[in-house]
Design a protein around this ligand. Structure first.
Ligand code: PAF
Length: 277
């Protein structure tokens, strides 16, 4: 496995990799969710590139960027054990060279939910992913469904810019108690970790209500808020029952929909979602 840090080294290393090529973009602190993306990429492709870059431009809160967990040596070990061919772990200057002055801004799909709660977040995501797609030139790129809006934003961006990469979303990987895997989970204290599966319980409750015939968006949102209210450590930022394609809130669930939420536990912000089909 090669580890490269500059654009020139990346270009040279890519020249010897067989096609088709899969890329798994990450911010490091790799966990089972990332492993599942790498495994899926291995099934589809002849070679795999993993990128590890904590992207400063997608953190609307600078302290969140500073506190984002990092463990590169262990991440590289995981990549090696997963049969990754090439890791691109650039410094900030290799991604954003001096004088860098371009922003990729995706429209309506980036506005609600995470876009409203974290101003500028999706500009940072779309910009870095466009750069990574251009530098790596992979045939397929893999992202987790836990970041459901991110997948939609990246798909829109890749289609609009005519980037020749297939964006593939993979299932959320969960702990046995239902907590969706996230690098942020590492920052939960013991009490917060014990409380955090409430997100999944709230989603599962609303999925159950939908299965029982509930079609009111307001009542499904209220159902999730009710479950979350039973957990004193859960500080709710939003709950949503939205059109699966546009992510606009629904009054009546009469089409494919997405339930989603963002909840803070102390300084740690978690998101999760479940589809309603
Ligand atoms: O999902 C992530 O880890 C990041 O948002 C991504 C896609 C690697 C861009 O920095």
């Amino acid at each position: 496995m090669q580890v490269v840090r500059s654009r020139a080294e990346l270009r040279a290393a890519l020249a010897s990799l067989p096609r088709p090529l899969g890329v798994v973009p990450t911010m490091g602190w790799l966990h089972e969710g990332h492993r599942s993306l790498i495994e899926r990429s291995r099934l589809d492709n002849a070679a795999i590139v993993v990128t590890i870059f904590v992207n400063p431009r997608q953190f609307n809160d600078p302290s969140d960027f500073e506190r984002y967990p990092r463990k590169e040596a262990e991440d590289l070990e995981i990549c090696r054990s997963q049969g990754v061919d090439l890791v691109f772990a650039p410094d900030v200057d290799a991604v954003y060279p001096p004088g860098f002055d371009t922003t990729v801004r995706v429209g309506a799909i980036a506005e609600p939910l995470e876009g409203a709660a974290r101003p500028g977040h999706f500009d940072g995501v779309a910009t870095v992913v466009a750069i990574l797609f251009a530098l790596v030139g992979a045939d397929r790129a893999y992202f987790g469904r836990k970041d459901a809006q991110q997948v939609r934003v990246i798909r829109r961006m890749a289609a609009d810019l005519g980037l020749p990469v297939e964006v593939i979303d993979c299932p959320t990987v969960r702990e046995p108690d239902g907590l969706a895997l996230s690098s942020r989970n590492a920052r939960l204290g013991p009490a917060e970790r014990a409380a955090a599966p409430i997100l999944h319980r709230a989603l599962a409750g609303a999925v159950g209500a939908y299965a029982g015939g509930e079609r009111s968006g307001d009542r499904l949102r209220a159902h999730m808020r009710g479950v979350l209210a039973s957990e004193p450590l859960a500080d709710v930022e939003y709950v949503s029952c939205a059109d699966d394609a546009t992510l606009r809130e629904l009054d009546v669930v009469d089409r494919p929909a997405l339930l989603s939420m963002a909840v803070r536990f102390g300084g740690v912000r978690l998101i999760d979602n479940e589809p309603l089909a």
